[in-house]
Design a binder for this molecule. Structure first.
Ligand code: SF4
Length: 217
């Protein structure tokens, strides 16, 4: 059973966002990319893989096949050689090649800059589309990954059992101009402080505001 929804007030939300900003002023996308196409491919590759590992594979791939058209001509086997260290490479190669073909045939060779177009591509769900929209097209979006889900629900920015509800609550409670950066703040906080197994609550600068911490103490 979900707990009754506690709707945080704006002042508290702003305090949380201020503290996250102070704690992680360096928050930014950790995947390396120079254009929407590179970010799309890197984000597909990052499923079940670290950003660091993706960043090791993509320079050679983007150097040799810098566009959707060029990449679409690869075979799955040829693409697999570049992306094997990212895991699930057979499935990822299938998705990437299908997405590249669609980008060429349906979108004139350019990655679409709207959610509907992005989500029509193979291997692109809501989260991947949000990452590409916010980081490559400056369209406000909150991609809810495992860190954003855990940290936002612990702090109390959200109070939900599903990714979809968490995203909806965050969009309702966080000012739109902060959606994209809040996504990065929450990821950085999850990686550096509020880990899944051992959150460092005693040293966390948000502990005076955090619902989880309050409940434990
Ligand atoms: S106080 Fe603990 S649970 Fe709350 S955000 Fe900080 S590390 Fe996470």
């Amino acid at each position: 059973m979900e707990k009754p929804i506690e709707i945080p007030d704006k002042e508290w939300v702003n305090k949380v966002l201020d503290e996250l900003n102070k704690a992680h002023p360096d928050a930014k996308p950790e995947l390396d990319f120079t254009n929407p196409f590179e970010l799309l491919i890197a984000t597909i590759l990052s499923a079940q893989c670290t950003d660091k590992q993706v960043n090791k594979c993509t320079p050679a791939l983007f150097r040799d096949y810098p566009t959707a058209e060029a990449m679409s001509k690869l075979t799955e086997e040829e693409l697999g050689k570049y992306i094997k260290p990212c895991g699930f490479f057979n499935m990822k190669a299938k998705h990437i090649l299908s997405a590249c073909r669609d980008i060429v045939e349906k979108f004139g060779g350019e990655v679409p800059g709207d959610r509907e177009g992005l989500e029509s591509l193979a291997g692109v769900g809501r989260k991947t589309a949000s990452v590409v929209l916010s980081n490559a097209f400056n369209v406000p979006a909150i991609a809810v990954d495992t860190h954003v889900f855990r940290v936002s629900n612990r702090i109390g920015l959200a109070n939900a059992k599903t990714v979809e509800k968490t995203e909806a609550q965050l969009m309702e409670r966080i000012p739109e101009d902060k959606w994209s950066i809040a996504h990065h703040w929450l990821i950085f906080h999850g990686r550096r402080v509020c880990s899944s197994q051992k959150p460092k609550c005693a040293e966390c600068t948000l502990n005076a505001l955090c619902r989880y911490y309050k409940e434990l103490n």
